[in-house]
Ligand binder design. Structure first.
Ligand code: JDH
Length: 243
C-alpha cells in the first residue's frame, strides 16, 4: 500500500524534515508520497492575505475562509486524479481544542491511504471552513497533540506523521520492534543498557549494568524488566496503572 499525505500551510519550509530519516526513506522507497502546498498560492490579492481581525473583537488574527476552501478544492481534485476519482481523504486539523492524538489514533490512521493535514496559524481558522467541509460530506478530524500551546499546526503534523508512517507496513525495517511495542502496551519502557558493561563516567564514577542482564537467564531478565516497567509506571505515570 502506498500512502499519500498532503499538507496545507503558510510555512511550507517548516515541513522540510519530512525529507529526512525514516519518512524520507519511505518516500524514496515509494511507500509514501508527500505533497506540501502553500496556502498563499490560493489567494488572489497583491499581498496574498490569509488572515483578518476576529469578528466580535479580541486579540490576534483569524485565518480567512476563502483561501482554505480554494486550497481544499484544488488539493482534493489533484489527489482524486492521482489516486481514484472516488477516494475520500481524511482531513486532519491540528487544533488545541481537538481530540487528543494517541497511539490508537496513529494505529487507525496508518490504514488511511490519503490524509490531508491543514495547518492553522495565528488564533486559528474561521469556523465556517470546518462546517463547509462537513456539509460537503468530507471526513474531518480536529486533533490536539497535547495540553500546551503551539504557534500553529506544523509541529503537530511532523509528530503525527512520524507516529503514523512508522506503522505503515514496510516502513519500519524490523517489524519485531513494532510487535514488542504492542507487548509493553500501557506501561513505560524498562531501562536500556549496552556495552561496556562496566563504564567509568566522566566524573570518574564506575557504573555497572545490572548483573541480571549479563546472566543469560531470559526468564530472570524478562521478570526484571517487567518489574522495572511496573516501578517506573507507578512513579512517573500512575494514571496509566489506573486504566
Ligand atoms: C493549531 C494556531 C496557535 C495558540 C488559543 C488555546 C487558550 C489558539 N497541542 C497543540 N497546541 N497548540 C496546537 C495548535 C496551535 C495552533 C494551531 C494547533 C493554529 N495555533 C494558537 C493559542 C490559541 N488558546 C489554548 N487555550 C487554553 C487559548 C491557537 C496544538 C495542536 N495540535
Amino acid at each position: 500500500m502506498t500512502v499519500r499525505l498532503d499538507v496545507i500551510t503558510v510555512f511550507p519550509e517548516y515541513l522540510a524534515p519530512l525529507e529526512l530519516s525514516l519518512i524520507g526513506k519511505a518516500r524514496r522507497d515509494g511507500l509514501l508520497a508527500v505533497h506540501v502546498h502553500d496556502l498563499r498560492d490560493y489567494t488572489h490579492d497583491r499581498h496574498r492575505t490569509v488572515d483578518d481581525t476576529p469578528l466580535g473583537g479580541g486579540a490576534g488574527m483569524v485565518m480567512k475562509p476563502e483561501p482554505w476552501a480554494e486550497a481544499f478544492a484544488a488539493v482534493i481534485a489533484d489527489g482524486q486524479c492521482a489516486l481514484d476519482a472516488d477516494a475520500e481523504p481524511l482531513i486532519v486539523f491540528p487544533n488545541p481544542a481537538g481530540e487528543p492524538f494517541s497511539q490508537p489514533t496513529a494505529q487507525a490512521w496508518s490504514h488511511e491511504p490519503w490524509i490531508i493535514f491543514a495547518c492553522g496559524r495565528y488564533e486559528g481558522i474561521d469556523e465556517r471552513v470546518y462546517e463547509h467541509l462537513a456539509d460537503a460530506g468530507r471526513r474531518v478530524a480536529l486533533t490536539s497533540l497535547g495540553d500546551y500551546v503551539l504557534n500553529g499546526g506544523e509541529v503537530a503534523v511532523l509528530a503525527i506523521t512520524e507516529a503514523v508512517v512508522r506503522l505503515v507496513p514496510g516502513v519500519v525495517g524490523n517489524p519485531q520492534s513494532l510487535v514488542e511495542e504492542s507487548h509493553s502496551d500501557g506501561m513505560l519502557e524498562y531501562p536500556l543498557y549496552t556495552r561496556p558493561a562496566r563504564w567509568t563516567d566522566p566524573a570518574g564514577t564506575v557504573r555497572e549494568a545490572p548483573e541480571v542482564l549479563l546472566s543469560g537467564n531470559h526468564a530472570r531478565i524478562d521478570a526484571w524488566r517487567a518489574e522495572q516497567s511496573q516501578q517506573r509506571t507507578a512513579e512517573r505515570r500512575p494514571d496509566l496503572l489506573e486504566r
